[in-house]
Design a protein around this ligand. Structure first.
Ligand code: GLU
Length: 505
């Protein structure tokens, strides 16, 4: 068979916030499409109107924009296979339902919910299938005239898929290998409901994958049980030749590894399970998002890429471009991937180090503003460059470097006790004078003068430096001493020293 153009799709149902597992599915589709020079389609599967949540579609689109996952066609992107919102494709599905009915691959069923309940009560493990359809109210058991009359009368009905029993259905999965399922365990799935004139997920999904020329279906493991049915539907339509290849991605597991990751795990352990903050329009609940929690999109991408896949060596930090080169569906694991959220924090730390100081400073500005700090951008960049290796989130920068922007008004009691000696006030007064006289106030310039002075006086370097630090920082932390005084400048350094001497004596 000739090589097909790679066309993949991400097809969410707009039922709420996009779960982080869905983001990973979209990412793997994106990597696969880019690697093969193919297309990535954004399709909205909204045929279940009961579960529709306003705002969900916009939320999903904004999430991908933030993450840098681009679609080639689909809802809001356009393209030649539209419309891409299933609720706008009713007429198309109706036509294909008709095809199945005419080919005898599907039938009309009138059984009411009450009648179905009665059957379930009567027959243990009742399933609507080859063994039971003969005793139900459908177009296989009723004369055509009666069926037509009921439809004309406006009676509600569904269209069911007529699954032939006792047939092994083979699903070739790129990750799981060959999965074989006997058709007898499948029920005659509802494909269409007259009540809302809409198809169910299964029919719409297959018709669209076919019409949109989808070459590979890459989706979460939870859809694996539907795959045999999808294979049978492709066959019922006579579309075997263009059946996509399947790849069902491993489940995301709780950080502890037992069971499926849920929103509750995030609440319990304090990590987001959604890309962006989500405001539930019904309950009013607000759920945290990776963006609002201070994660960089590159870190989220890198973290997710490695949940269920690895490049075959121990390389961990990879840009989107590298991921596109290295990604390989065959290297995806079959078993679930533990959601090690601490690894996500680690990645954020890595990307903060990797990004230019200017970019991190830009992100830090709002935090400074919140604290009433307004200083030249250059100074922020310098401080960020000195301090960013200590943080995993931009907002943590404030805690480690606020003293650069705000002079201490109090001095940490413990540090004072330990480091402010009897002669500290005298020494700091002397040192302040020495500093006033320094001409070359560069880091090296200061260091030379101060070290010479200490040697000349025969002072203890540690004691001097500890006291000096206390006067500038207010406690015992911070980077190299002359880095601090250099950033503060001569005037501010001397002022802080004098104030400390006054307060501490
Ligand atoms: N609408 C389905 C979902 O919400 C799509 C599943 C599929 O990719 O076939 O995940």
């Amino acid at each position: 068979m000739a090589e097909r153009k790679v066309r993949v799709r991400f097809a969410p149902s707009p039922t709420g916030a996009l779960h982080i597992g869905g983001v990973r599915t979209a990412l793997y589709n994106y990597l696969f499409a880019r690697q093969h020079g193919g297309d990535l389609i954004f399709r909205i599967e909204d045929t279940d109107s009961n579960r529709f949540v306003p705002g969900a579609e916009e939320y999903i689109l904004e999430s991908f924009k933030w993450l840098g996952i681009h679609f080639d066609e689909g809802v809001s992107f356009g393209g030649g296979h539209g419309p891409y919102r299933q609720s706008e494709r009713r007429e198309i599905y109706k036509k294909y339902v008709q095809v199945l009915l005419e080919n005898g691959k599907a039938y009309i069923a009138f059984d009411t919910p009450e009648e179905l309940d009665a059957k379930r009560a009567e027959i243990a493990n009742f399933q609507y299938d080859a063994s039971t359809r003969g005793m139900m109210r459908n177009s296989l058991t009723m004369p055509k005239e009666e069926v037509d009359a009921l439809i004309a009368e406006g009676k509600q009905y569904v269209v069911r898929f007529k699954i032939e029993p006792n047939e092994d259905v083979h699903v070739n999965d790129l990750i799981r290998g060959e999965v074989i399922i006997n058709s007898s365990i499948l029920d005659d799935k509802v494909l269409y409901k007259s009540a809302d004139e809409l198809p169910t997920y299964h029919l719409a999904n297959i018709v669209d994958d076919h019409l949109m020329e989808v070459s590979h279906v890459i989706r979460g493991e939870e859809w694996l049980p539907s795959a045999p049915l999808h294979v049978l539907l492709y066959r019922a339509f006579g579309w075997e030749d263009t059946m996509p290849e399947f790849a069902h991605l491993p489940l995301l597991l709780k950080p502890e590894g037992n069971g499926k990751l849920s929103k509750r795990d995030g609440d319990r352990l304090g990590f987001p399970v959604f890309p962006l903050e989500w405001h539930d329009p019904k309950s009013g609940d607000v759920s945290s998002g990776y963006r609002e929690s201070g994660y960089l999109p590159e870190a989220v991408i890198n973290f997710l890429a490695l949940l269920g896949w690895n490049p075959g060596n121990d390389q961990e930090v990879m840009s989107m471009d590298e991921l596109i080169k290295l990604f390989d569906l065959h290297r995806c694991s079959k078993s679930g991937a533990k959601f090690d959220y601490k690894k996500g924090i680690w990645f954020n730390h890595q990307y903060i180090q990797q990004k230019p100081d200017e970019e991190i400073a830009e992100l830090f500005l709002p935090v400074l503003k919140e604290h009433g700090v307004d200083v030249p951008f250059e100074k922020v960049v310098t401080v960020v460059g000195m301090m960013k290796d200590r943080v995993s989130f931009v907002k943590e920068l404030w805690d480690v470097c606020s003293f650069f922007f705000v002079a201490p008004t109090e001095y940490d009691e413990k540090t004072v006790k330990k480091r402010w000696k009897e002669d500290s006030a005298k020494c700091m007064t002397e040192l302040a004078e020495v500093i006033v006289g320094i001409e070359d106030f560069s880091i090296e310039g200061q260091e030379k003068v101060v070290m010479d002075w200490i040697a000349e006086k025969g002072y203890h370097t540690g004691n001097i430096m500890n006291a000096f630090r206390l006067t500038l920082v207010g406690e015992g932390k911070g980077p190299h001493m002359f880095d601090i005084s250099w950033v503060l400048g001569k005037e501010e350094t001397v002022a802080r020293m004098k104030r400390a001497v006054e307060v501490l004596k």
